[in-house]
Design a binder for this molecule. Sequence first.
Ligand SMILES: O=C(O)CCC(=O)C(=O)O
Ligand SMILES: [Fe+2]
Length: 335
Amino acid sequence: MAVSTEGDERADPVARLKTIRLQALKSAGPEDIDKLVVAATHDGIFYLSFEDDHQLSRAIAGMQSLGVDLFSLDMEHKMGHDIDKLGQYKLNGYKPIGRNVGGIKGQRDGFESYSISRNTISSLPDTKVSHLEVINEYNNTLVSFTAACSDIANMVFKILSQAFNLQENKSLESCHDASKPTLDIVRLLKYPSSIGNNCFSIPQTAHTDVGSLTFLYSESPGLQILPAGSKEWRHVIPKQGHLMVNFGDAMKTLSNGRLESVMHRVVTVPGTQVLDRHSFAFMIRPRPENLMTALPGFREADFEDDGQVLTCEEWVARKFKVMRGDKDEFQISGK
Ligand SMILES: O=C(O)CCC(=O)C(=O)O
Ligand SMILES: [Fe+2]
């Protein structure tokens, strides 16, 4: 995939995405179902408006303040919880700027991030990890944010499973189980304004998310998507009171390609980023032992596995090798 860094990126067009109201997902009338199916099969991303949900609005505000508090801690503190020293699945801990490959050849990434597994947020047995104290202080916010997103994810899985006539025990929801240890994570990110202020830069390289659904929130521009089959990046304009919900590689694989996994990246446009850019996401993934192959309801008569079906756990570990640049693959995707 070619990534152009020439021309005036400010002029990149804006993505026209569907907006689905949380209330509409709950009542799921035929029009809302159609909208979700089109968003899932065509764009791989949609805006979810949560303005009428006070609990989720409060949790989002809490998450924003967690991001500010966390990244203002000193480096020594943050590096005491280095993500690469806390397990191969990269579910917990701090990633400093520059550890991943960047979006421009020869450059490294331009963001710091901190991940917290759902397992530690839900205090599941045997999943205890030593986190920065600030994470424990915000535990109620994290519980509330992840619980709300999980409920929404279940609604999305159920609506799509019904729309595609999947059997109950071979449905999208049957591939996920939040009551047992999961690979789900919250990730908070900060892109310092000092990076890319004078020139176009790509602090987060083009990628598709490895998991099923990503619930992303930011109030700063910078996110771009590359629609399937297009060569033109499009800005995704952040909207207050709206989450951006991405479909990841897991959904594409489980659906035999029917659901789209959206290619995206984060850019800085010269002269426009005066403030640090903050974002955070809850990333939901299939059960660790779930086999990453098409569900029976999505297979065609001549369907064949490619012979080497990975578990979701193996898949996630492989993705991180690519992001760190340990594997020489040009396009970063979870496959
Ligand atoms: O920071 C953003 O807006 C996007 C983050 C993202 O795509 C990721 O962490 O996978
Ligand atoms: Fe992403």
